[in-house]
Design a protein around this ligand. Structure first.
Ligand code: DX5
Ligand code: ZN
Length: 214
């Protein structure tokens, strides 16, 4: 399992310390970018991403929880971000166009969806997007409880990926921890995001390792 710790629950007064720790142990670094409109919260913006990018060696995975996500693709790419995902709730019928736009800039592209969006809605993008980001909590806040129905949604998505023979990966985000990661791995998840379970742990490196071994 690839592990992408989310910096949303990092210690922002000592962000460098958390970035270096995550960078040393994890596979990707997950950046939650919120605009207070698509989701009821605001996180951080470009100056913070630039700071993180200046010391990170692992790929940066930007999760855009914003309306008009395409507006920010170029700027993120300039900062060196390699993975970008945006919500289908924000992109609607422009999803295909946004995927092509982000691909042109050289991104690995993900389509994200909240737990109340039918999983079948993203089937169209299997084989087009590089990954599907299945939310296992409602986007907006770290530290929420994992929604178990996610496992079933992932299984359905995995079946569609297999049916198409596509190489699209599955990333799951929200409430992931060492006790539910095994079920996610069995359902076909390739990448997990870990926020509070990782950064709130006494030994974050050990939690990252436990998630990777699932
Ligand atoms: C929620 C974010 C998640 C979140 C994960 O909107 O997309 O990435 O930070 O944090 P935990 O693992 O605490 O749910
Ligand atoms: Zn996220």
């Amino acid at each position: 399992m690839l592990v992408a710790p989310s910096l949303l629950t990092a210690d922002f007064l000592h962000l460098e310390k958390d970035v270096r720790m995550v960078d040393e142990h994890a596979d990707l670094i997950h950046l939650d970018i919120m605009d207070g409109t698509l989701v009821p919260n605001i996180s951080f913006g470009f100056p913070v991403v630039a700071g993180i990018a200046s010391i990170a060696t692992k790929p940066l995975d930007a999760h855009l929880m914003v309306v008009n996500p395409d507006k920010w693709f170029e700027r993120l790419r300039e900062l060196g971000v390699q993975y970008v995902s945006f919500h289908i709730e924000a992109s609607g019928c422009k999803t295909g166009r946004f995927i092509r736009q982000a691909h042109k800039l050289g991104f690995k592209v993900g389509v994200a969806l909240d737990p109340d969006v039918k999983i079948e809605k993203v089937f169209k993008y299997v084989g087009k997007a590089d990954y599907i980001l299945v939310m296992s909590v409602f986007a907006g806040f770290g530290g929420q409880k994992f929604i178990y129905e996610t496992i079933d949604r992932v299984s359905k998505l995995k079946a569609e990926i297999t049916r198409k023979g596509a190489s699209t990966l599955i990333e799951v985000d929200g409430g992931v921890n060492p006790s539910n990661v095994k079920a996610l791995a069995e359902a076909g998840v390739d990448i997990v995001v870990g926020g509070s379970a990782v950064l709130g742990a006494e030994n974050p490196a050990a939690v990252i390792k436990a998630l990777q071994e699932a």
